[in-house]
Design a protein around this ligand. Structure first.
Ligand code: NDP
Length: 447
């Protein structure tokens, strides 16, 4: 137990003492608490160390074994997790990540961030996250199906459409969600909205696939409008070439931006004039159908490949859409020197805290993922609503609602983050997200 007074240092000390090896979780907690605690200290209702002791601790952490058999008949074992962080606002909600780097620190950071993100959407959603250290790369379709079925065979007892509703994340798209949904259905003899990100034929929502990337660009549009600017003609660096990156690049191009780069974990593919439709389609085909590497496109159709991240190219806007900590101090410095004005995070925590500090110092507008990538979970929330009402909404209806949610999130960030002529989006998002969760926790007896 900490002392009776609310203090950032003593809370961070408590976190580090309990879980000294959880570096990503410590990073996320520091980033959130540094902005929320000064606010809470100036509001009697929230100036309560006991509230924060509960807020930083997940309600439940589930870890399990995932046995499966590969194509050569070998018995394989992976680790599965689900962190049910906070359900003050609604059932736990957040994606599943399949990637060899997955561990408890990463899932705790993701689920803690998710609590604030889901709060910002204004929807009745608590926060959670899960996944496995299983590496889907290079696996056959049969292996992926076997793994997904085994994973959900263990997890199914802890989730439900009123309890905890997982979705996709890195390495988990509609194919994997489909395999897990099919197995869940067999085991429970129910058909309900226990997972989101399902194919439309299985009860999924229109635009769920596109939602995170599209939502990111809608949020970016609001940031630009704040300064009387438009996306049309702006040079944009996108990192990643998965779900979020693809639809962010597509929507930015539709709005007239010049998307110069996309990347994968080997490096960056670029076209200084901005990708044209043919180049973009080639990238999408390579990634979605051939499961190839971007380096294979070097020299093809006017595309070039370099073996590094996109952050030392000249541009107006950066959209990091790959993974955590992909923009470090060096990347941020390069971006600033090359004239970047806006950074909107498609990935979760893609900028280190040091990189964010540099953006703030240089008055670069920086939108944290919990605000700018909340489009995915928002349409997941809309998928839950459609499933509960046994309805399907058309694309236009979903797109309109998504746009409005991103606009509202931008307004909340502005409300709590505007200082004179600069908006600190991180501060605004953290405080706005905190207030809703704190209010609910207090009214429920801080349980
Ligand atoms: P995908 O698996 O579809 O794509 C991930 C992309 O990031 C790939 O291009 C991958 O390249 C690249 N990548 C992954 N790890 C690394 C790494 N260590 N270094 C460099 N590149 C890497 O995932 P998503 O697009 O779904 O997710 C991307 C980010 O967006 C994540 O941070 C996720 O948490 C976040 N997000 C996703 C949402 C969603 O709806 N899907 C919602 C909100 C946030 P490679 O193929 O080489 O691994």
């Amino acid at each position: 137990m900490t002392k009776n007074t609310l203090s950032l240092d003593s809370l961070l000390e408590l976190i580090k003492q309990r879980d000294p090896h959880e570096t990503e979780f410590v990073q996320a907690a520091t980033e959130i608490l540094e902005t929320v605690i000064p606010f809470a200290k100036s509001h009697d209702k929230y100036n309560n160390i006991r509230l924060f002791e509960r807020l930083i601790e997940p309600e439940r952490v589930i870890q399990f074994r995932v046995p499966w058999v590969d194509d050569d008949g070998n018995e394989r074992t992976n680790r599965g997790f689900r962190v049910q962080y906070n359900n003050a606002l609604g059932p736990y909600k957040g994606g599943l990540r399949f990637h060899p780097s997955v561990n408890l620190s990463i899932l705790k950071f993701l689920s803690f961030e998710q609590v604030f993100k889901n709060s910002l959407t204004g929807l009745p959603l608590g926060g959670g996250k899960g996944g496995s250290d299983f590496n889907p790369k290079g696996k056959s379709n049969r292996e992926i199906k076997a793994f997904c079925q085994s994973f959900i065979t263990e997890l199914y007892r802890f989730i439900g459409s009123e309890t905890d509703i997982p979705a996709g994340d890195i390495g988990v798209g509609s194919i994997e969600i489909g395999y897990m949904f099919g197995q869940y259905k067999r085991m429970t003899n129910t058909f309900n909205g226990v997972l989101t990100g399902k194919a439309v034929s299985s009860g999924g929502s229109k635009l769920r696939n596109e939602a995170t990337g599209y939502g990111l660009v809608y949020f970016l549009e609001e940031m630009l409008h704040e300064n009387n600017e438009e996306l049309d003609g702006k040079k944009v660096l996108v990192s990643g070439s998965g779900n979020v990156a693809q639809f962010a690049a597509q929507k930015a191009m539709q709005m007239g931006a010049k998307v110069i780069t996309m990347s994968d974990s080997d490096g960056t593919i670029y076209c200084e004039k901005g990708l044209n439709e043919e180049q973009f389609d080639t990238i999408i085909k390579l990634k979605n159908e051939q499961k190839g590497r971007l380096s294979e496109l070097d020299g093809e159709k006017g595309l070039s490949f370099i073996n590094k991240k996109p952050w030392d190219m000249e541009a107006d806007i950066a959209l990091p859409c790959a993974t955590q900590n992909e923009i470090t101090e060096v990347g941020a410095q390069n971006l600033i020197e090359n004239g970047i004005k806006y950074v909107a995070e498609g990935a979760n925590m893609p900028c280190t805290n040091e990189a964010i500090a540099l953006f703030h110092e240089a008055n670069v507008y920086h939108a944290p993922g919990k605000a700018s990538n909340a489009g995915g979970v928002s349409v997941s929330g809309l998928e839950m609503a459609q499933n509960a009402q046994k309805q399907f909404w058309d694309e236009e209806t979903v797109d309109k609602k998504l746009r409005q949610i991103m606009k509202d999130i931008h307004s909340s960030c502005r409300k709590y983050g505007k200082d004179e002529d600069y908006i600190n989006y991180l501060k605004g998002a953290n405080i706005a997200g905190f207030i809703r969760v704190a209010e609910a926790m207090i009214s429920q007896g801080q349980v």
